[in-house]
Design a protein around this ligand. Structure first.
Ligand SMILES: Nc1ncnc2c1ncn2[C@@H]1O[C@H](COP(=O)(O)OP(=O)(O)OP(=O)(O)O)[C@@H](O)[C@H]1O
Length: 537
């Protein structure tokens, strides 16, 4: 990397040691200076040098600005060692720990003049003020009932102090009922006042924020969400997720860990991770948005059962998982899908979506090119019935993973190579097989073997898909699939007990009331305060 000129550099003290400290536009560095025994000039010790990118500095302040106990301890220590250098300033910065965890670390430098100390604070603050991607004010929604009901405590004890330190203004709303956050965002929230929205809770709470923001944006732009082919308008506000739920799958897949302080720091440094969203329709009416798992059959049954056991807390997923596995139901239906032919990736290519993902980037570039060629777009529109594939059969599970869906329970995820922002979803079809074979498939989610390498599993990277169960559920009775674009005709045998013939869809943990659905991927509809999973350093 090209070395940039220093904006300020001085010999300061760090604890009892003399250090050479320098700040450039890009990086703050400090190196210990040691006098060698034979008194040749001062020699910097490379192994004692540190470099912090300016973009990862949280704040700079005088130690007495701080009200935290940790800071008071630092001050006390400094007093003991600073009889000769009484002025100090502290730089708080992001420090990478193991497993993608970030911590806010402090380093306090001692100077022998007040003027020098103030100059350092001023020059560093000037550089921080140039980082325009950082949020200055945030609207925070806390679900006090999610996960182990610790959302409020997590926010107050771990997150609010770091936001305060970074000088972020916050308005906090503790929700009083389900859908409080969604309704507030949809109708009342003055979004112009904020640089982003923070969700303290689990995936269900995130889904509320997602719906509130997306619905509000479409309404503000007069977009009819009931039209499955409507081109939706991307949301301007970024969303930050402070994990405080039971699974926190979306936080884990976009940050790499479920740690509230790590998430708070990603918000402070103003990270920006675009994300695809699936819109789900039944006939011509909008049902829901999804960013992670849409699952019919196994996962739909599992979620429906676990909802009845909410009182069990996170353990409900294990219990319902066992029960659903032993029931071993399968469901007849037809899946039509439009493959993502322009995608450079494939669900089995083992190319994981990481920070700065090349595949998501490629898609964005080709979208920009496409925008410049309206006649091609028109042609594509006219041919919208072309290219659809049809699979009929009995399925244990039909899943669509818009992201890897990795979580602490399943670190590889349902589709390890799915991408956050490439405009596609991975459609996984698990056809009828023995219970033992299904177990083998599930077990491969926990080891290095390819979970898609079975004769009864198909996986496709798609832009759109439709599902029609063989038997209509009561909610679907008025649906006429003969009229859909991909046009397969379905018989409707009179089976009186539909509950054994039709499963339900789970859509990011919520149960849908229709089994016949149409799904479209909306490319980069939202943005998160995250950067995707970084390569381990
Ligand atoms: N004040 C509230 N009272 C009751 N329910 C609420 C309240 N605020 C939000 N909710 C609802 O609680 C549901 C569950 O919340 P959340 O997602 O935060 O936790 P979880 O379900 O335990 O975690 P996960 O979704 O990660 O498994 C959400 O669907 C949300 O709509």
């Amino acid at each position: 990397m090209e070395e940039q000129p220093s904006l300020i550099s001085s010999k300061l003290f760090l604890k009892n040691r003399q250090v050479e400290v320098a700040l450039s536009r890009a990086v703050l560095t400090w190196k210990e200076i040691k006098e060698s025994k034979n008194r040749i000039p001062l020699i910097p010790q490379a192994d004692l040098s540190h470099a912090v990118p300016v973009s990862e500095i949280v704040a700079v302040h005088k130690p007495e600005d701080e009200d935290q106990p940790q800071m008071r301890r630092t001050q006390k220590k400094n007093k003991e060692s600073s009889q000769f250098v009484p002025y100090a300033f502290t730089v708080s910065y992001v420090r990478r720990m193991k497993q993608h965890q970030w911590q806010c670390s402090d380093v306090t430098f001692l100077c022998d003049s007040r003027g020098l100390c103030e100059q350092w604070i001023q020059v560093t603050n000037e550089q921080l003020s140039l980082l325009t991607n950082r949020p200055k004010s945030l609207l925070v929604y806390i679900n006090p009932c999610g996960g182990k009901q610790r959302g409020k405590r997590i926010y107050e004890q771990k997150v609010a102090p770091v936001f305060r330190q970074a000088g972020i203004f916050t308005d906090v709303i503790v929700t009083e009922r389900a859908n409080h956050a969604r309704d507030h965002l949809r109708t009342e929230a003055n979004l112009d006042k904020y640089d982003g929205v923070v969700c303290v809770g689990g995936d269900g709470m995130f889904s509320e924020i997602l719906h509130g923001l997306v619905i509000r944006t479409q309404r503000d732009h007069d977009v009819d969400q009931n039209r499955p082919d409507a081109e939706l308008v991307s949301c301007l506000s970024r969303i930050g997720i402070i994990p405080a739920g039971s699974t926190d799958c979306i936080c884990f897949a976009t940050v790499g860990t479920n740690d509230p302080v790590t998430s708070a720091l990603h918000i402070i440094v103003g990270d920006n991770q675009p994300m695809d969203v699936c819109s789900v329709h039944h006939k011509d009416s909008f049902l829901r948005y999804s960013v992670s798992l849409l699952g019919y059959g196994f996962y739909g049954d599992l979620l429906a059962d676990s909802e009845k056991k909410r009182w069990l807390g996170p353990a409900r997923y294990d219990l319902s998982g066992f029960k659903t596995f032993f029931c071993h139901n399968f469901y007849e239906g037809t899946v039509c899908f439009l493959p993502a032919e322009d995608s450079v990736g494939h669900p089995r290519d083992k190319l994981q979506c990481k920070s700065g993902c090349r595949i998501c980037q490629h898609k964005l570039e080709s979208k920009e090119k496409h925008k410049e060629m309206p006649e091609e777009k028109e042609k594509a529109g006219k041919d919208s019935n072309k290219g659809w594939n049809v699979v009929r059969g009995e399925f244990i599970s039909v899943n669509s993973a818009c992201m890897s869906c990795s979580c602490p329970r399943c670190p590889k995820g349902l589709s390890p190579s799915a991408h956050l922002a490439d405009g596609t979803t991975d459609l996984i079809l698990i056809k009828k097989c023995s219970r033992m074979n299904f177990f083998r498939h599930l077990f491969r989610h926990t080891n290095k073997q390819d979970q898609f390498d079975h004769s009864f599993v198909e996986v496709h990277r798609v832009k759109k898909f439709h599902f029609q169960p063989k038997v209509d559920s009561p909610e679907d009775q008025s649906y006429h699939p003969e009229r859909t674009a991909c046009g397969p005709k379905f018989s409707n045998p009179k089976i009186s007990n539909y509950s054994t013939a039709v499963s339900s869809w789970t859509c990011d943990g919520e149960i849908l009331h229709h089994a016949a659905i149409q799904v479209s991927v909306q490319h980069q509809l939202i943005r998160l305060f995250a950067r995707g999973i970084e390569e381990q350093q």
